[in-house]
Design a protein around this ligand. Structure first.
Ligand SMILES: C[S@@+](CC[C@H](N)C(=O)[O-])C[C@H]1O[C@@H](n2cnc3c(N)ncnc32)[C@H](O)[C@@H]1O
Ligand SMILES: O=S(=O)(c1ccc2c(c1)CN[C@@H](CF)C2)N1CCSCC1
Length: 273
């Protein structure tokens, strides 16, 4: 029965994603009031600072960075693109892979202007904000491909997507808890993506705390596995990672705008044993 339940739960989640709307999702989460760079307590500068520090503090190195469940967003690789020569973006849906290709091709075919994000990360790097055009060019240069992924498969990527030694670093944001029917599936998915990572490679994981649903488009209500910090730490340990750092951001009340019921956000830096 457990096996049958497992398949039905994952299939049900895949069905929920058929209505996902990249443009709406970007508007809900990556434009003001949620994405407000002027607000000192905004989540976006916090997230970008966590990623910047994690990529630049000296222990993360190698050739290949893989972003698991990229969705239609790029913020998660803006620091990593300066550290790795190759960046692989991945998503389950063609609509999201197409959104990312639209940005990559730089012909106006995308639904969000990432300039404020590029400028902010340039400032974190001690560069002038106007260097954002150089960072955009660098990112377009290092993105090697945008490929399908399914974290519920023991082999989430096509066999030829990675070199035999695996990725040197994985980043994944708001994916595993948003695509899993329950905590056990979340933990299994952590293990599946871990198989893509070389021993000693790093995992940078950003996710939602206390979230039970979000809207992936108008009327597209997607269930989420509500997580707390202890569950995140236990799942990491069970999936073969050693935790380096866990940071938590608590959502200001006025950031609760009805597109989800997230109460906080976690940032994890871990290493694969
Ligand atoms: C909440 S979005 C996160 C997007 C982006 N990483 C961010 O930080 O906003 C979850 C993403 O997971 C993708 N997804 C859905 N099912 C998946 C699966 N089985 N395996 C991997 N990704 C999946 C969706 O297409 C969507 O882009
Ligand atoms: O940018 S966030 O970190 C963010 C960004 C993306 C998401 C969420 C939160 C929560 N729901 C997720 C569903 F998977 C998607 N953010 C959360 C705090 S308020 C501003 C928006």
């Amino acid at each position: 029965m457990e096996g049958k339940g497992k398949v039905n739960g994952v299939a049900a989640m895949a069905a929920c994603y058929q209505g996902f709307d990249p443009a709406a999702y970007l508007q809900y989460n990556y434009t003001p009031p949620r994405a407000d760079f002027e607000r000192k307590d905004s989540i976006v500068p916090w997230k970008l600072a966590c990623l910047h520090r994690a990529f630049t503090e000296g222990d993360v190195r190698g050739e290949l960075l893989v972003d698991i469940g990229s969705g239609p967003t790029l913020y998660q690789v803006l620091s990593g693109c300066e550290v790795f020569n190759k960046v692989l973006l991945t998503d389950f849906l063609e609509v999201n892979r197409q959104e990312l290709r639209g940005w990559l091709e730089d012909e106006g075919g995308c639904n969000l202007d990432w300039t404020p994000y590029l400028q902010h990360v340039c400032e974190l790097e001690g560069r002038r904000p106007s260097a954002w055009t150089e960072k955009a060019a660098k990112l377009r240069q290092v993105i090697t491909d945008i490929v399908p992924v399914d974290v519920h498969r023991p082999q989430p990527l096509a066999l030829d997507a990675l070199p035999s030694e695996g990725a040197d670093c994985l980043v994944s944001c708001f994916c595993l808890e948003s695509v899993s029917p329950d905590l056990a599936a979340f933990t299994r998915a952590l293990g599946h993506i871990g198989r893509l990572l070389r021993t000693g490679g790093h995992l940078l994981l950003i996710g939602a705390l206390g979230e039970s649903y979000y809207f992936g488009g108008p009327g597209v209500r997607i269930p989420v596995v509500p997580l707390n910090e202890a569950q995140v730490c236990a799942s990491l340990k069970e999936s073969g990672y050693t935790l380096i750092r866990l940071e938590v951001y608590t959502l200001p009340q006025d950031m609760r705008v009805g597109v989800d019921d997230v109460s906080g956000v976690f940032f994890v830096k871990a290493i694969k044993e």
